[in-house]
Design a protein around this ligand. Structure first.
Ligand code: AMP
Ligand code: GLY
Length: 426
C-alpha cells in the first residue's frame, strides 16, 4: 500500500514508525512530517489546508490510504474531500469531527442518548453564564465551545475564577472558539483515556492510557497538550472497559450513524472514573498526543491492517493484541512552554539515548546547520517499554538523562499514580 500520513508531531512520528513496520506498506509519505518522521517516510511539503492539492498528490502517487493525525484537517473537511475523489481515509468526516470540534454538540448528543457526562448548560453571552455559575457555586468548570488547543478549559475552584474564565472566553482569549461557552458540573475521580478504532458502525477497543496535562511536577501549573503518558491505565479494568463501551461508546456510534454522520477513525474518549462509574469528559476524533506514542509501542498487530479494516467497514472481524509490557513516554519541552517556547537550541545525543525498547519520537524539531534543533513547545517524546509502569518509567528517564539539551525540560514524575499503585501504596 502507498500511504500518506498528515501531520508533524510526536503522535505522527509514532504512527509513521509503526506504519513503516507493516509488511503491506509499499511507500510512506508524510506531509509535512518532521526530522524524526523523515527516517520512516518521505516528507513532502504539501499545503494540507489545500484539499484539492492533497487530492492531486494522492492521484499522482497512487495513494491507497491517507492517515490523518491531527483534528484540524478533519474539522476542515479533508476526509470528505478525499473520499469524494475515491481516496480512502483513516479519519472522520467534518460533520463527525464535531464530536471534538464542538463541546456543545457532544453534550447534546450525550443528553439525547443518555450517555453519562457532567451536567451542563450552553451560553452565548456572559451575563446568563455568570448567573448560572453564581447559582451553582464552585467548584465548576468553564469551557470555550470550540477548538482551543487544549487551553480553553478552566476547572475553577472559586466563584471568582469561574467568572473570570467566562469573561476571558467572551473577550476573545480563545478567538472564535470562545464565542459560545459551556458551563459544567465538576466531576471528582481519576481520569483515563480510552481509545477505539471505528468504522462507522463498529467500535473496537484500542487500549487505555493516562496522561499528565499540567506542566509541573505534582500536577501543578498551567495546562498543556500533555507532558507524558503511560499505557495501560490501571484504573481501566475489564469491567470498566465493558461499561464504557456499552454506556458511552456504543450509543455514540449509534447516534452518529442515526444523524447521518457515521464515525470512522480513531475515537479518543477522555473519561472521569467517578464513584458512579465512567463519565465522558470529552471526545477527540484522533489519537491522543502523547497517548498514541505509548499505544504504538505496545501494539503487537499491524496498524496498517487495522486502519485499512476501519476504512472498509471490517472492524467487526478484527481483534487487537498488545504486548504484556507497559509503555511510558516523557515529553521533553522547550523552555517557555506552554507559553512562548524558545526555538533553535541544538539537541545532541539522541542516537546514544535510544536503545532496544526505547524510542525517541520527534514532536517539535527541525534541522539547522546539520543539527537537530528545537522547533516547538513539546519537542521530544522519550518512550520506553518495561515490565510494568515503574520499570518503563526508569528506562524512559535513563534515556532522557542521556540527551544533551540544556534548554529542554521535562516533568520527573510521569506515571506517579501507576507507580504508587504498583508499590502498593495507593
Ligand atoms: P478537556 O479539554 O475537556 O479534556 O478538559 C481538560 C481537562 O480539564 C480534563 O482533562 C480534566 O482534567 C479537566 N476537566 C474537564 N471537564 C471536567 C469536569 N467536568 N470535571 C472535572 N474536571 C474536568
Ligand atoms: N494528550 C491529550 C490530547 O491529545 O488531547
Amino acid at each position: 500500500m502507498n500511504v500518506l500520513l498528515i501531520g508533524s508531531g510526536g503522535r505522527e512520528h509514532a504512527l509513521a514508525w509503526k506504519i513503516a513496520a507493516s509488511p503491506i506498506l509499499t511507500k510512506l509519505y508524510a506531509a509535512p512530517g518532521n526530522p524524526g518522521i523523515a527516517r520512516e517516510a518521505e516528507c513532502v511539503a504539501l499545503p494540507i489546508d489545500d484539499h484539492a492539492a492533497v487530492a492531486v498528490f494522492c492521484e499522482e502517487k497512487a495513494i491507497d490510504l491517507v492517515v490523518v493525525g491531527p483534528e484540524a484537517p478533519l474539522v476542515a473537511g479533508l476526509a470528505d474531500r478525499l473520499e469524494a475523489n475515491g481516496i480512502s481515509v483513516f479519519g472522520c468526516s467534518s460533520k463527525a469531527a464535531q464530536l471534538e470540534g464542538s463541546k456543545g454538540f457532544t453534550k447534546d448528543l450525550c443528553a439525547r442518548y443518555g450517555i453519562p457526562t457532567a451536567a451542563y448548560r450552553r451560553f452565548d453571552e456572559a451575563e446568563a453564564a455568570k448567573a448560572y455559575i453564581r447559582a451553582e457555586g464552585a467548584p465548576i468548570v468553564v469551557k470555550a465551545d470550540g477548538l482551543a488547543a487544549g487551553k480553553g478549559v478552566t476547572v475553577a475552584t472559586t466563584l471568582d475564577e469561574a467568572l473570570e474564565a467566562v469573561d476571558a472566553c467572551f473577550d476573545g482569549a480563545f478567538g472564535g472558539a470562545g464565542a459560545e461557552v459551556v458551563v459544567e458540573e465538576f466531576l471528582a475521580g481519576e481520569e483515563a483515556s480510552f481509545f477505539c478504532l471505528c468504522d462507522g458502525k463498529t467500535a473496537l477497543p484500542f487500549g487505555t492510557a493516562q496522561d499528565h496535562k499540567r506542566v509541573g511536577d505534582g500536577d501543578t501549573g498551567p495546562n498543556t497538550g500533555g507532558m507524558g503518558a503511560y499505557s495501560p491505565a490501571p484504573v481501566m479494568t475489564e469491567a470498566l472497559i465493558e461499561r464504557t463501551m456499552k454506556e458511552i461508546v456504543e450509543p455514540t456510534l449509534r447516534g452518529m450513524a442515526e444523524m447521518g454522520a457515521p464515525f470512522s477513525g480513531a475515537l479518543f474518549a477522555g473519561l472521569m472514573i467517578t464513584a458512579d462509574g465512567p463519565k465522558l469528559i470529552e471526545y477527540n476524533v484522533r489519537f491522543g498526543d502523547p497517548e498514541c506514542q505509548v499505544l504504538m509501542m505496545r501494539l503487537k498487530d499491524d496498524i496498517l491492517v487495522l486502519m485499512k479494516a476501519a476504512t472498509e467497514g471490517q472492524l467487526g472481524h478484527m481483534s487487537v493484541r498488545w504486548r504484556d509490557e507497559a509503555a511510558l513516554t516523557v515529553v521533553v519541552a522547550a523552555e517557555g512552554y506552554p507559553g512562548t517556547p524558545k526555538k533553535g537550541s541544538a539537541i545532541r545525543g539522541l542516537e546514544s539515548a535510544a536503545s532496544n525498547g526505547v524510542e525517541i519520537f520527534h514532536a517539535g524539531t527541525a534541522v539547522a546547520a546539520g543539527n537537530i534543533v528545537a522547533n516547538g513547545g513539546r519537542v521530544l517524546n522519550v518512550t520506553a517499554l518495561g515490565r510494568n509502569v515503574t520499570d518503563a518509567k526508569a528506562r524512559a528517564y535513563a534515556a532522557v538523562d542521556k540527551i544533551d539539551w540544556p534548554e529542554g525540560f521535562c516533568r520527573r514524575d510521569i506515571g506517579w499514580q501507576a507507580v504508587a499503585r504498583e508499590a502498593g501504596t495507593s
